[in-house]
Design a protein around this ligand. Structure first.
Ligand code: URP
Ligand code: ZN
Length: 465
């Protein structure tokens, strides 16, 4: 049945307009004022914000880290995403346990996600244990599967990509029209500090951020961006930028006009500080890489988001492990704690409240960072990320007038905590539409397992611009 959303404040990157949106066969068929459609179900959105369904381009559903795996499957994790206003994810794959073809993990991820996800999803490929065949395979898989982004890590043991391979990967990406998302931390610094703290018996959570200093991020960001330039201004995308020091390296290349550079930060680096590590027990909840930073870093990241043209996207790095069991693996030594935290469900609420309601960014900027730019960066625009005729009818109705407290008991992740427990937020998600169906109403999930479709993605906007 057709649906007609009336009298909404429709938020787009170019402004907010009052109007109506008509949905037919899962797509937006018209955006305008005073749309008349007698055979449509009417949904009154007077006084509410109508946003494009948010796009989270950094999640880790069901991530296998070798000694345990992230607790959200593609089913439970996408329910959490949907309830938080996210209607599309692009998931980062786990490393394979041995040296296999790049296609191996793609096949594994189809087994995990197909028939389980409740919202549309895509995958970033993962690069490890490189050889020349794998460079060519990136292109073949992009053509076949629409996997047009391939992630590389500048840390993480044997799976780390060294400078020579990073350079070769970037050159290949440039040739093939692909984008390379990169985890930027200096491995030598991190591994040395971890060993030194451990050897000295400093194994509490507070040593996690100390072993991964902001300078280690900044060095790797700078190195990546230099390598991308040397590779002919290859398309490179910095994932989860966390620090003011790392941001300064990005600003340098922005000022120099280096092309094809994308930058992502995450909700947690905009709202939480390293004070969370002070408690030897509770601190385990926030063990993630990169770690949480200082208030100064938060302020500088918001400042960059407010100025625009520096950071492209806000994602989550959603990677939950249970506190009761999985995080306890690090109880006697932070180095044994699985890295990662939940966040897919909290992102829109936190960014709206901390960003828009506090006057740090505007509503159109929020839509740019959570919806349009993520879709553009990863070849999904304008199917996703925008309220426009012809786009998928993925929409969120948000009531801006409600204040509430974030608490785990309202959440849908299979994890057992939220890092934002007790945070007062403005705004409440009332309805979420995915491909024209209402899949969330008043925090109740109404969708169906397997309704999410695999997205063969197109070329990243970074390749062109
Ligand atoms: O701590 C994190 N971020 N865990 C997930 C894997 C990664 O490094 O992105
Ligand atoms: Zn990640």
């Amino acid at each position: 049945m057709k649906k007609l959303i009336k009298n909404a404040n429709i938020v787009r990157e170019d402004g907010v307009i009052k109007g109506d949106v008509l949905i037919e066969e899962g797509k937006i068929s018209e955006v305008g004022s005073q749309i008349d459609c007698p055979d449509a179900e009417i949904i009154d959105a007077s006084g509410k914000l109508l946003l494009p369904g948010a796009v989270d381009v950094h999640t880790h559903m069901d991530l296998d880290v070798g000694f345990t795996r992230a607790i959200d499957s593609f089913y439970t994790g996408t329910i959490a995403a949907a309830c938080g206003g996210t209607t599309t994810i692009v998931d980062h794959m786990a490393f394979a346990h041995e040296d296999v073809s790049l296609m191996h993990q793609v096949e594994e991820y189809h087994k995990l996600a197909d028939g389980n996800a409740v919202i549309d999803y895509g995958f970033h490929g993962v690069l490890q244990l490189m050889n020349d065949n794998k460079l060519r395979e990136m292109k073949d898989i992009a053509d076949r599967e629409g996997i047009t982004s391939w992630k590389a890590y500048l840390t993480y043991g044997d799976n780390m990509i060294n400078d020579a391979w990073m350079f070769k990967i970037l050159r290949a990406a440039n040739e093939y029209g692909l984008v390379i998302p990169v985890h930027c931390e200096n491995d030598g610094v991190v591994e040395t500090l971890k060993s030194e703290y451990g050897d000295a018996g400093h194994t509490q959570p507070v040593y996690h951020p100390l072993s991964r200093p902001a300078g280690a991020e900044a060095e790797a960001v700078s190195r990546l961006l230099h390598l991308a330039k040397l590779a002919g201004e290859a398309p490179a995308y910095v994932v989860h930028l966390s620090s003011a020091e790392g941001l300064a390296e990005v600003e340098k290349v922005r000022a120099q006009g280096q092309k094809h550079v994308g930058v992502e930060t995450c909700t947690q680096y905009l709202a939480l500080t390293d004070d969370m590590y002070a408690d030897d027990v509770e601190g385990l909840k926030a063990i993630m890489s990169p770690p949480l930073r200082k208030q100064h870093d938060i302020d500088m990241l918001w400042d960059a988001l407010s100025r625009g043209g520096i950071i492209n996207t806000i994602a989550t790095d959603h990677c939950p492990f249970t506190f009761a069991e999985q995080k306890q693996l690090g109880r006697d030594d932070f180095r044994k704690c699985p890295n990662g935290a939940p966040g897919v469900e909290e992102r829109l609420s936190v960014v709206y409240s901390e960003g828009v309601a506090k006057g740090r960014i505007t509503l159109p900027q929020m839509v740019k960072y959570l919806c349009a730019e993520p879709a553009r960066m990863f070849g999904l625009y304008p199917k996703k990320g925008v309220i426009a005729k012809g786009a998928d009818a993925d929409l969120v109705i948000l009531n801006p007038d409600v204040r509430r407290t974030l608490t785990f008991s309202d959440m849908h992740t299979r994890g057992d905590y939220t890092c934002y427990e007790g945070m007062e937020v403005a705004g409440r998600i009332e309805k979420v539409f995915a491909n024209g169906k209402i899949i969330v109403e008043d925090n109740k999930f109404l969708g169906k397992k397997g309704d999410g479709k695999y997205l063969k993605r197109g070329t990243s906007s970074l390749v062109e611009g």
